[in-house]
Design a protein around this ligand. Sequence first.
Ligand code: NOJ
Length: 840
Amino acid sequence: MGASTSSLGGYASPPYYPAPNGGWVSDWTDAYAKAYDVVSNMTLVEKVNLTTGTGIYMGPCVGQTGSAPRFGIPNLCLQDSPLGIRDTDFNTAFPAGITVGATFDKALMYARGEALGEEARGKGVNVQLGPVVGPLGRKPRGGRIWEGFGADPTLQAIGAYQTIQGMQSTGVIACLKHFIGYEQEMYRMTSVLQTGYSSNIDDRTLHEMYLWPFAEGVRAGVGSVMMAYNQVNNSDCSQNSLLISGILKDELGFQGFVVTDWLGQIGGVSSALAGLDMSMPGDGAVPLLGDSYWMYDLTTAILNGSVPVERLNDMVTRIVATWYQFGQDEDYPLPNFSSNTLDATGALYPGSLFSPSGVVNEFINVQGNHNITARAVARDGITMLKNDDNTLPLTTDDSLFIFGTDAGANPDGINSCTDMGCNSGVLTMGWGSGTSRLPYLITPQEAIGNVTSNAEFYITDTFPSDITATDSDIAIVFLSADSGENYITVDGNPGDRLEAGLYSWYSGDELVQAAAAVYSTVVVVIHTVGPIILEQWIDLPSVKAVLIAHLPGQEAGNSLVDVLFGDYSPSGHMPYTIPISESDYPSSVSLIDQWPAPIQDNFTEGIYLDYRYFVANNIAVRYPFGHGLSYTTFHYSDPVLTTVTPLSQYPPTRPIKGPTPMYATTVPPASQAAWPTNFDSVFQYLYPYLDDPDSATTTTPAYPYPTGYSTTPQTPPRSGGAEGGNPALWDVAFTLSLTVTNNGTRPGRAVAQVYVELPSGLGLDTPPLQLRQFEKTDILEAGESVVLSMNLTRKDFSVWDVVVQDWLAPVDGAGVKLFAGESSADLRLVCEVGADCSTV
Ligand code: NOJ
């Protein structure tokens, strides 16, 4: 970017060329064979057409590729979001990722993924743009941390794995995003107006934290990965050859296709060489002009030799193979909705000045019975932080007084703000592209009103001055904290919580204090995108109970009532820490608000994120990661640690790569790039054709190839070998079994969390505790017990050896300790490898 290395903090991203071809993993062999048969018969323009979007607003979806009708391949529809089908109707608005993380429930994670996939398929979406594991949640104020599953790589990894498997079981291609280091909204992208920030991440931190969930998503067989907007180590993600080709495709063995984030592409040849496979929505630096970095320009780049034919063949093979891998060649619906309008008819290509019109919405209802799953996720994510004097559950005889606009409806209508770009009424999700419209909304007010007639509602954030209370009256105060994506600013917050900080919005903290001054019993319900500071009122004597209901989606009220009135015990656990003060975080995770470029965001806290940092530094927190109370209590006993596969220092040698498709590498004849005769083109729509194909072949490529550019294949990395990495990393090293007994008086679900402590003998600093596995019980009746058996893999005990470039483990697990408990600060059992297990 023209800056010297010293002004870039010494962070640079080494080159990695050429991009490795896909197809060498056995699970994908059949799909690649089918793709080969098709691609080997494609013309140059047919290939190019599948790699590039047709332009923003040039079709029904947020992005669509060109098509290859001779082979039955339609324009592939790419559509948000990770929590529901965006910008349409008759869809379900599920709880957001952070709520899913809080459930710690693998079955629910899968069920929600499957339901999302069914809805996407029902609408004709080929590629659903989720789940999100980047941001990882490094910055508590980061605008999009709620789209992912929590501030822990294992929780993110398991959330992604289950969601992807569920989604893709329906034939939809999931898109794991955003790769990688995308932790802040402000200055996130490079455009004609600004240069995006660089997330400067050292190799070990990258592997042990940010890459961890992506590796698990690739292992789940994810079909596509979206590159982040930002730079990593001063190279834009969309053309960072080390990230795309070295790490994602070679080391993690990713077999699907890599797509840009929307308008995140900044170069044509550069991104192609770096390993990018698909450009979305296809436009160049300035959208809507009919310009593209690829499409017709990629055609030219192939004809003049700037981009090797082999690279194009790999791009399109990856895309077509993925389409086959999920069976989209058979009975897959075409889009039957428009993300541009809810009208039945309208412009087919609203991005064009002269668009033809037609039917754009068929109003297909895809909700099925997904409200049940949506409610279950929202309910089982509700996290009870505090419950003094067993204040909860309430009874319908209790005399209730409800305060806060977060209990009610948005007076302007549930979908009145585009992409949820406002915080009015109960907060069901953050804002931006990671949203969907609400088909309906059950507010807390409505749901509470449905079960009791003893509730009075004050849907206001100002405590009424004339209120008096008796000792038996109970106040329930609703608070919210919102954030979202950067293209919308809400109340001064440009995505990130710049203005609001980590405090409740709309004077919520004062509302609680005012209620606590009048009522002797106050229950606080919080809808929040992430960490929130509670110190202004948490210790007030009348604040008896606190529930974090996260971001519940359309079933906000019903799920809350399920818990408030005791039909279900709360069973959610915190997917991040609630600190005492924002200043308790390392200063390196603050928002970077410096200008101009180059903005350097140095990840100097390394692998010490959230509880890893607080525990290592003995910093007291208000509520630890993993914390969550129930109406009952659980006893942990009978731990047994069994060695399954003895650990060697490094994993066994990786499997060798299987073959990849071999095509002719000759440049196709320029005549293939000519416009078809009598072609009726749409103005500004992006096409792969050239007006003068012959002149393309005669232009000498003046392209300055990047340093380190090479077409000689790299030696396959020793830590790779299959999807996710060397398959031996997932060998089960130990099984930990234990008994959980409900020793309280009510039914409830426990979440057993396993944290690993690695020995200092590894020679590397590691956090004292790292979550590596968890399991949630079914509902246990009072007195009931269950034995949980949890597998821990080689990777769970490994650190990234930056010199050897492989995963290093303590031989035979010597010195490893495994803790099991109910949170990172409530550890009940400990097993030390080679010694006995005991209670803590
Ligand atoms: C930008 C967002 O970062 C990404 O998550 C989304 O999928 C695309 N826009 C498409 O809307």
